[in-house]
Ligand binder design. Structure first.
Ligand SMILES: [Zn+2]
Length: 193
């Protein structure tokens, strides 16, 4: 915000008036799971693409058809993921496995075992040099910010979970639960007459 203020005071004042909880991932309590406001507007844009400049009735009809199609495709996808015995959506599974592979490159240094939220330093020894991150399992956070941002334990957190014999799978947010996904897209629509 300070940088924005330096660049443009008017933009700073405008943004400062909007509740931070509603416009920033850092102040929303971890509910966005990596989704930015601009992502949501692009989703709506994607559904409405090609439906602009039409008479209102045609615009409503095409939008309803696209939303119905959107739900049907995802209902089938959800069923397939369930048949594959997945616990979470494809996105969460991909992130979980990717960070599992990265975790192999980390080492854990224990700073305190007695605290409820032990601070642990991890170092990545290959690739981009040595980085130090502090993981606090009790708070479900890592200084890299990815755990808080996505709601999935990052590679550092996974390494620490392994060191403390904690199930990292239990730390994934319910947001990615496949049952929640299927419940969302199992609803059906009635044709508009
Ligand atoms: Zn991390």
């Amino acid at each position: 915000m300070e940088e924005i203020k330096k660049q443009n005071v008017g933009a700073f004042v405008f943004l400062d008036q909007i509740n931070k909880k509603k416009r920033t991932a850092s102040h929303d309590g971890g509910w966005r799971c990596g989704i930015l406001t601009i992502n949501m507007s692009e989703c709506i844009n994607g559904v409405l693409k090609g439906a602009r400049r039409l008479p209102v009735s045609a615009l409503v009809e095409i939008t309803v058809k696209r939303i119905v199609h959107y739900f049907c495709v995802r209902a089938i996808k959800g069923h397939k993921m369930l048949q594959n015995n997945q616990l979470w959506t494809d996105f969460a599974c991909k992130m979980f496995i990717s960070w599992q592979q990265k975790a192999v490159e980390h080492t854990v240094t224990e700073y305190s075992h007695s605290q409820q939220s032990p601070s642990v330093v991890t170092r990545r020894q290959h690739g981009h040099g040595i980085n130090t991150h502090v993981v606090k399992i009790g708070n479900r956070e890592c200084s890299c910010g990815k755990w808080n941002q996505f709601g999935i334990p990052c590679s550092h957190a996974k390494k620490v979970c392994g060191a403390y014999n904690i199930s990292d799978a239990s730390m994934v947010k319910d947001y990615y639960d496949l049952m929640a996904y299927n419940n969302t897209y199992s609803k059906h629509f009635e044709p508009v007459q």
